[in-house]
Design a protein around this ligand. Structure first.
Ligand code: OXD
Ligand code: MN
Length: 580
């Protein structure tokens, strides 16, 4: 089938288990894509929208987000999954999955999708095969990963044991019978009962984060939930930044930020995942993905004009509303006249302003290839990656955390990441708006013991020839009335500018125990609408709020058991003492 004996044997095994009506090796040739789309239109899986190659897919109403409590790490030892993952015994999991997958493709086409993560031809490149019965997954994988004959050639030259093997079955979409299982020791992923995003497109969260984080630990690198941007300064210098934010906290908007400050320019390499490894003179990064799977609601001409124009062609929309002239619509776009007919995300006829709740699902998405993006960096496909000058950690924090601060050293930087917290969003099922600790934004994505993960981050200091600077950022500070006090979006360039000037050593700081703060004059606030009180809150440290925060961090580390690296706990204690 692929010409690699062991992989072909595995594919034969899956065929025997799942019993499909047809088997197709899917390399996304133009003919295959044409046939796939017309088949999908015929079966109601997608429908055309207005414009050039724009499609709508509606998922099942109970299958609209990642489901963390149905996501499992099936390592041999429970302790390897650690305190933050759901663990399943691999043998028991395999037995359950074997039962679920038996004859599960009957009457359906089985797509075998060889794919690559990361630019081809470099140290970062990894190969995988996803087998699926979902044409939606096949179509999406062709946008989100590298597929095609070149990938099959690369796969042929790769050690078979390095290839990630994923099997996905749509199943009956029963949320109680949904399984997203990762087997780090055998590099397998088995996903049953969902046809949505990170549950079903196995190259993304399952391969590029959960399994890759384990592979990275074993090989001295990092697989992270981070965007990557290239910043050009007014003097023409290029710097690169990787930034971790929890799901739906504006990573895509920051990645595509259009600077409001003269001379500063941002280009995007990735908006969700970064693989980072030691290079000749520091930490190098690539985006392993080939597309954007962005949250639609809130994406507008004000917040992200680049994304909006990117979705004008060759884009699959999932769970958005549709206007009567066939255009996608979601909350955040210009409102239509009250009473205008519109189909909501489930295809119900509604009218605009009818008070019947959101028209687009809050986690509705657009899927577009990277090459659609007008502000894509020229380095996006460079197999060597780009050298990272700064790492940012951020979350939705209504209180305490200032706009931007710099860690004194790597250990404090790792502490920024390990103690990150954010208000939850619609990207996963569960309550929205609750503050939860989400270390390095990897809580749902770290494929091994989070305490070992912290240790691995700390150990990078011994491996790397030079270390990037680490910063904490917070665009989501609120006043006592719960109103956001920072305009965010384009104005975030003010914090980025300061970060850049810290990298080049151009500006000084105000040192505090929790980190280095900007001098107010270096943030160039003049052209932003922000009150004096807001500036004060955004650029200072409140000792009693921080005492509270540090105690909460200690408590969080305690909740992870006894294995949080002492270096991190000691640092928290030292900061407490310094704060007085
Ligand atoms: C995503 C997520 O889909 O983080 O990127 O949930
Ligand atoms: Mn994400």
């Amino acid at each position: 089938m692929l010409g690699v004996e062991l992989l072909d044997r595995w594919i034969e095994h899956v065929i025997a288990l799942c019993n499909p009506a047809n088997v197709e090796v899917f390399t996304a040739t133009p003919e295959q894509l044409l046939t796939l789309k017309s088949r999908m239109v015929e079966h109601g899986d997608i429908e055309p929208l207005s414009g050039n190659e724009r499609w709508l897919h509606r998922s099942d109403s109970t299958d609209v987000a990642r489901m963390e409590h149905r996501t499992f790490i099936c390592s041999k030892l429970e302790s390897d999954a650690g305190p933050t993952n759901h663990w399943l015994d691999p043998q028991l999991a395999a037995k359950t999955l074997d039962g679920l997958f038996t004859d599960s493709y009957s009457g359906r086409t089985m797509y075998v999708i060889p794919y690559a993560m990361a630019p081809l031809g470099g140290v970062f490149t990894q190969y995988g095969i996803e087998i699926t019965d979902s044409p939606y997954v096949a179509l999406s994988m062709a946008m989100m990963t590298r597929v095609g004959n070149e990938v099959i050639d690369g796969l042929n030259d790769t050690n078979v044991s390095d290839v990630v093997r994923g099997i996905h079955c749509t199943g009956d979409l029963d949320p109680e019978n949904r399984w997203v299982c990762h087997f780090p020791e055998s590099r397998e992923i088995w996903s049953f009962g969902s046809n949505y995003g990170g549950n079903a497109l196995l190259g993304k969260k399952c391969h590029a984060l959960r399994l890759a984080s384990v592979i990275a630990r074993d090989n001295g690198w990092l697989a992270e939930h981070m965007l990557i941007i290239e910043l050009t300064t007014p003097s023409g210098e290029k710097q690169h930044i990787a930034a971790a934010f929890p799901s739906a906290c504006g990573k895509t908007n920051l990645a595509m930020l259009e600077s409001s400050l003269d001379g500063w320019k941002i280009r995007v390499l990735g908006d969700d995942i970064a693989w980072l490894r030691p290079g000749p003179d520091g930490l190098y990064a690539v985006n392993p993905e080939f597309g954007f799977f962005g949250v639609a609601p809130g994406t507008s001409a004000k917040t992200n004009p680049v994304a909006l124009s990117m979705t004008q062609k060759n884009t699959v929309f999932t769970n958005v509303a549709v206007t009567s002239d066939g255009n996608p619509w979601w909350e955040g776009l210009d409102p239509l006249a009250v009473g205008t007919p519109i189909l909501d995300w489930q295809g119900n006829s509604r009218t605009f302003g009818d008070g019947g709740g959101p028209l687009a699902h809050p986690n509705s998405r657009f899927t577009s290839p990277l090459t659609n993006c007008a502000t894509l960096s020229d380095s996006w496909d460079n197999p060597s990656g780009v050298r990272i000058d700064a790492i940012l950690f951020g979350g939705r924090r209504p209180t305490t955390i200032p706009l931007v601060m710099e860690a004194h050293d790597w250990t404090q930087g790792v502490l920024y990441g390990a103690s990150m917290a954010s208000q939850t969003t619609a990207a996963a099922t569960g309550a929205v708006g609750v503050l939860r600790r989400d270390p390095m934004a990897m809580l749902p994505f770290c494929g091994y013991n989070i305490c070992d993960y912290f240790g691995h981050w700390l150990a990078m200091a011994d491996i790397l020839p030079s270390l990037p600077k680490v910063f904490s950022v917070n665009w989501f500070r609120q006043d006592e009335q719960g109103k956001y006090i920072w305009p965010g979006f384009g104005t975030n360039i003010h914090a980025i500018k300061w970060i850049s000037e810290r990298i080049s050593g151009a500006v000084d700081v105000a040192s505090t125990p929790v980190g280095n703060l900007p001098l107010r004059s270096d943030l160039a606030f003049d052209d932003i609408e922000v009150t004096e009180e807001a500036i004060q809150l955004l650029t200072s440290i409140d000792a009693s709020a921080w005492a509270h925060e540090l105690n909460a961090i200690t408590e969080f580390f305690r909740s992870l058991g006894d294995n949080v690296p002492e270096k991190l706990c000691d640092r928290v204690n030292a900061i407490k003492i310094d704060l007085g």
